[in-house]
Design a protein around this ligand. Structure first.
Ligand code: C5P
Length: 215
């Protein structure tokens, strides 16, 4: 489907709701760059752990943030992130340790402010389909293309188990929804899609259909 660029598509939702898979497909269909904003929080969490800093030691985390360089780029239509000189791979970003600490790091307002800046930079350079928790509510509140992909807790737990990933998603969701700084919320004007009983093709078709209607 050809669309007039630039365009920003925001896709939010809880952990393991299927939003990454959907966002990647939608980006490919629209010819946009796919950006996984959770990867940025994961990358910085990995860097905090690499530097032997306790994630609960907010002062040290913020101090590290101040002397850390992020390079957010793009390769084959997918956003890439380099932190402190290391190009992140899925292995580092999806480790059990990172899964366990990322929500604590993401609840620090200074960390959010910095990474939201990086996320907006992407959209200033190119058309994006960005997925996360606050993309429609905080990062790009002015975009008309907002989606919230949900699924039942049972389905989401089962999806993670099937991936063989050790991830306490209920715990992350609790922290992500209750934090003070940009909690996970459904943006007022977002289209909510429950993917519990839908295949990826169906969810992608609904998202694309809704974008087409509003163009
Ligand atoms: O999307 P993913 O599950 O990889 O995100 C990992 C974590 O990063 C989330 O649990 C949340 O704590 C944080 N996050 C966030 N805001 C975003 C994206 C992710 O706080 N926009």
């Amino acid at each position: 489907m050809s669309v007039e660029h630039p365009i920003i598509v925001a896709i939010d939702g809880p952990a393991a709701s299927g939003k990454s898979t959907v966002a990647k497909r939608v980006a490919a269909e629209l010819g946009c760059v796919f950006v996984n904003s959770g990867g940025m929080y994961r990358a910085f969490t990995w860097w905090v752990l690499q530097n032997d800093i306790e994630p609960s030691d907010t002062v040290s985390v913020i101090e590290l943030l101040g002397r850390t360089e992020f390079l957010c780029g793009e390769e084959d239509g997918v956003g890439t992130i380099t932190v402190g000189g290391t190009r992140m791979t899925r292995k580092e970003m999806a480790s059990t340790q990172v899964n366990g600490q990322v929500s604590m790091i993401a609840s620090i307002p200074e960390v959010r402010e910095r990474l939201v800046g990086e996320q907006r930079l992407y959209a200033s350079r190119t058309s994006v389909v960005m997925e996360g928790r606050d993309i429609g509510s905080v990062v790009f509140p002015e975009t008309p293309f907002k989606f919230y992909i949900d699924a039942s807790p049972e389905v989401r737990e089962a999806r993670r188990r099937a991936e063989g990933i050790d991830d306490a998603i209920a715990e992350r969701d609790k922290i992500d929804s209750s934090r003070k700084a940009s909690p996970l919320v459904i943006a007022e004007d977002a289209l909510v899609i429950d993917s519990s009983d839908l295949g990826v093709d169906e969810v992608v078709a609904r998202v694309i259909g809704s974008i087409r209607e509003r163009l």
